[in-house]
Design a protein around this ligand. Structure first.
Ligand SMILES: Nc1ncnc2c1ncn2[C@@H]1O[C@H](COP(=O)(O)OP(=O)(O)OP(=O)(O)O)[C@@H](O)[C@H]1O
Length: 251
């Protein structure tokens, strides 16, 4: 379970405009085990910055993050062991094959060769990676790179999974496969959080949606709760009302 409380992050102004950018402002939500939680918001809303604070890459100016009850600021090492992260920059190692990328992360987590091999086989099957598992990742398509980065993030079998725009740039079939994979993670009782700027993406998968606009939580709840709160029977209309624009409605 991941709990975010009162998170705030400001970046100094750069270039001519020295006005600081308030990227995240008092963001709070709870992502439960056995559920998929979606952070939904238009470009620049603060999703990536929020996720970076959840996965220990950035410290919040105010507020705190608890992962399975452990304060991220107090024990980041322990938190990292229980997290699997797909960052916005996928960053797979080009000279290594997909399998070697996964293997390397397994070794960093202190796993043994047999354990890594078994886990790689399971993930490669679930993500349909067998065709390209032993190819060097240089020249991989976006979908192949994303799958490699997801498998690598999950090699140590983490309880909590954070994915930054996992379906960005993927074709329809790959997206469908990935949705099935995320549902399997949920069925295994894991806590899954992902960000997206596409309403349909979030509506198709999420048990709870946190709508973020201009660094703040505009609304949060189940799809039904969001519809009820806005008085809009259609989630798409509810989303437009909540963020005040039609950005992100079209896949
Ligand atoms: N390192 C940084 N330095 C300065 N400004 C930043 C930095 N990182 C993010 N920002 C700003 O903070 C705001 C939120 O950015 P963030 O990347 O979190 O949004 P996002 O919701 O993930 O957007 P997108 O969907 O476009 O990826 C934006 O205005 C962005 O320009």
């Amino acid at each position: 379970m991941i709990v975010a409380e009162n998170l705030r992050k400001t970046f100094p102004g750069r270039g001519k405009d020295k006005t600081p950018v308030i990227a995240v402002d008092d963001v709070g939500f709870t992502a439960r085990d056995g559920e998929i939680t979606g952070l939904l918001g238009p470009n620049g809303a603060g999703k990536t910055t929020t996720l970076r604070m959840l996965y220990t890459l950035m410290s919040p100016e105010t507020g705190r993050v608890l992962v399975d009850g452990v304060d991220v600021a107090a024990d980041p090492e322990r938190v990292r062991r229980s997290l699997g992260v797909l960052p916005d920059a996928r960053g797979v190692y080009k000279r290594l094959t997909a399998r070697e990328n996964i293997d390397y992360f397994g070794q960093l987590h202190g796993m043994g060769a047999q354990e890594i091999a078994a886990r790689t086989a399971k993930l490669a099957a679930a993500l349909q990676m067998e065709d390209f598992l032993d190819r060097a990742t240089e020249g991989f398509s976006q979908g192949q790179r994303t799958k490699t980065a997801i498998a690598r993030a999950l090699v140590h079998d983490p309880r909590n999974v954070i994915l930054d725009e996992p379906t960005n740039g993927l074709d329809v079939m790959t997206t469908r496969g990935l949705r099935g994979f995320l549902k399997d993670l949920r069925a295994e009782g894991r806590c899954v959080i992902f960000s997206s700027h596409i309403m349909q993406e979030v509506a198709a998968l999420c048990d709870r949606i946190v709508v973020i606009a201009q660094g703040r939580v505009a609304a949060q709840g189940t799809p039904d709760e969001l519809r009820a709160a806005t008085g809009e029977p259609n989630l798409e209309d509810a989303f437009v009302k909540l963020i005040g624009s039609e950005e992100g409605l079209h896949a």
